[in-house]
Design a protein around this ligand. Structure first.
Ligand SMILES: *[C@@H]1O[C@H](CO)[C@@H](O)[C@H](O)[C@H]1NC(C)=O
Length: 403
C-alpha cells in the first residue's frame, strides 16, 4: 500500500521528465513559428519584424531551438540574424521568402538575408526569391543603380549546415560565406537567368573547411567563385550551367592579399558555360597565391573555355595593369594545380589555355587523362605561356606545358 503510493507519483514524475526530455531533444518544445510573431503568408505584408522577433526568441533560448517558416510566401526586407546565440539553432523553411518588390528598398546595405556571427546553425529548406528583374533592367540600361544585395550571406559563421535551400533571381551573388569555419552546404539550387548580370552562385572567401556538394547552379555569372583566404574547400557533384563556371579569383585585387589553398573540385558537370575551371588574377603586384588545387573527374558539355588560367584578367580591357608595371614584384604565385580526368566538348577551338606571368611562372601543373574535343574534323588546341609542369596519360588537345 505505502509502496504503491510512493511509486505511482514517482512513475508519473519520471514519465513527465522523460517526455520533457524527448520534447527538448527533438526541439518540439522550442519551435518559434514566424506566424506566431505576426508574419503573414500573403507575399505582400512586410514580415521583417516578425522574422526578427522569432529569431530573437530562438537565439535567446537556452535549449536548442527552431525558427519555423511554414508554407506560404513571406515578404521580408533586408534583415540581419545576429549571433552569437545561446544554443544550437535550426532555421527550417517550408515556404518562400520574397524580397520587397522595389529593389531600391535595400539602399546601399549590400545584404538581403544576413546571418552574422552565428554558430551551430542549420538552414534547411525553403526558397528565397530576390525578384531582381527590375534591378537587372536598371543595370542593363546603364542608369545609376544601387550596388545590389547578396541574397543569403553568412559572415563569421562556424559549424553551419545549409541544406535543400533554393535561391532564385538574386540581385548579385546568391549565397556568400565570408570569414566562416566548418560549413557544409548540400543540395542547394541557385537559379537566375543566364543573361542576368553578376549573379554569382556560391561565393566563398576568408573561410576554412567548406564543403559544397550535390548542388545545382544555373546563373548569369560564376557558378562558384573562390576568393582570397579560402582554405580546405571541397566541391563535389556540382551541376553548373548556364553560368561562368568555377573560378578561383579574381585574385591580386590587393598588394597584401591572403592565398587560396587546398581546393578540390570533383565529379561535376558543366553545361554550356563560359568557363569550366578557371583561375584568374589581375596583373597587379600582390603577395597572394594559389596552391594545391585539384580539378578531377569533370565533364564539359559545350564549354567555351574548359580549362583556363588567366593571370592577365582585366574584363573591361581598359586601363589594365601590365607586366611592365609589376615586374619587380611578380604576380601572385600559382603552384601545384592538378587537372585529372577531364572530358567532353569545347565550344571554342582553344580548349586549354594556361597563361601565366612572365616574371613568375605557374609551377607544378599536372595534366592527367584529358580528353576535350572541338568539332568533327577540327581538333581542339591548347595554348600555354610560362606554364610549367608534367603530363600523364593521354592529353587531348596535346599538352603545351613546359618542364
Ligand atoms: C584539404 O581539405 C580537405 C577538405 O576538402 C581536408 O579534409 C584535408 O584535411 C585538407 N588537407 C590539408 C593538408 O589541410
Amino acid at each position: 500500500m505505502t509502496k504503491s503510493n510512493i511509486t505511482l507519483p514517482l512513475f508519473f514524475t519520471l514519465l513527465f521528465a522523460l517526455l520533457t526530455f524527448i520534447d527538448v531533444s527533438t526541439g518540439a518544445a522550442n519551435v518559434f513559428n514566424v506566424v506566431s510573431f505576426g508574419a503573414k503568408p500573403d507575399g505582400v505584408t512586410d514580415s521583417t519584424g516578425a522574422f526578427l522577433k522569432a529569431w530573437q526568441a530562438a537565439c535567446g533560448s537556452v535549449a536548442a531551438a527552431t525558427v519555423m517558416v511554414p508554407i506560404g510566401t513571406f515578404m521580408v526586407k533586408g534583415i540581419t540574424f545576429g549571433g552569437p546565440c545561446k544554443s544550437r539553432l535550426k532555421f527550417q523553411l517550408a515556404g518562400t521568402v520574397v524580397a520587397p518588390p522595389d529593389y531600391r528598398a535595400f539602399g546601399n546595405s549590400g545584404y538581403w538575408i544576413l546571418f552574422n556571427k552565428v554558430s551551430k546553425i542549420s538552414l534547411i529548406g525553403g526558397t528565397f526569391d530576390a525578384r531582381a528583374n527590375g534591378f537587372w533592367a536598371c543595370r542593363k540600361s546603364g542608369q545609376s543603380c544601387p550596388p545590389g544585395v547578396r541574397s543569403i550571406t553568412f559572415n563569421s559563421g562556424k559549424d553551419v549546415i545549409i541544406s535543400g535551400v533554393k535561391s532564385m533571381n538574386s540581385q548579385v551573388t546568391h549565397m556568400t560565406l565570408n570569414g566562416c569555419t566548418n560549413v557544409a552546404v548540400r543540395n542547394v539550387k541557385l537559379v537566375a537567368p543566364g543573361n542576368s548580370p553578376n549573379t554569382d552562385g556560391f561565393h566563398v572567401q576568408f573561410s576554412t573547411g567548406v564543403t559544397f556538394t550535390g548542388s545545382t547552379v544555373q546563373t548569369g555569372d560564376d557558378c562558384v567563385a573562390i576568393g582570397a583566404g579560402t582554405r580546405n574547400f571541397l566541391i563535389s557533384k556540382l551541376a553548373c550551367g548556364p553560368g561562368h563556371g568555377v573560378s578561383i579569383g579574381s585574385l591580386a585585387k590587393e598588394l597584401n592579399e591572403d592565398g587560396v589553398e587546398n581546393v578540390t573540385l570533383s565529379s561535376s558537370v558543366f553545361t554550356g558555360t563560359q568557363n569550366g575551371v578557371r583561375i584568374k588574377s589581375w596583373a597587379r603586384p600582390s603577395n597572394g597565391f594559389v596552391k594545391n588545387v585539384f580539378f578531377q573527374n569533370l565533364i564539359m558539355k559545350n564549354v567555351q573555355n574548359p580549362i583556363i588560367i588567366d593571370q592577365n584578367y582585366c574584363p573591361s580591357h581598359k586601363g589594365c595593369p601590365t607586366e611592365v608595371y609589376i615586374h619587380t614584384r611578380g604576380w601572385p604565385a600559382l603552384r601545384a594545380v592538378t587537372y585529372k580526368n577531364i572530358q567532353g566538348t569545347s565550344a571554342t577551338q582553344q580548349a586549354m589555355k594556361l597563361v601565366c606571368s612572365q616574371s613568375n611562372p605557374c609551377t607544378g601543373i599536372t595534366l592527367q587523362d584529358i580528353k576535350l574535343t572541338y568539332k568533327k574534323g577540327t581538333p581542339a588546341t591548347s595554348y600555354c605561356f610560362n606554364a610549367l609542369g608534367t603530363s600523364l596519360g593521354v592529353i587531348q588537345p596535346t599538352s603545351c606545358l613546359n618542364r
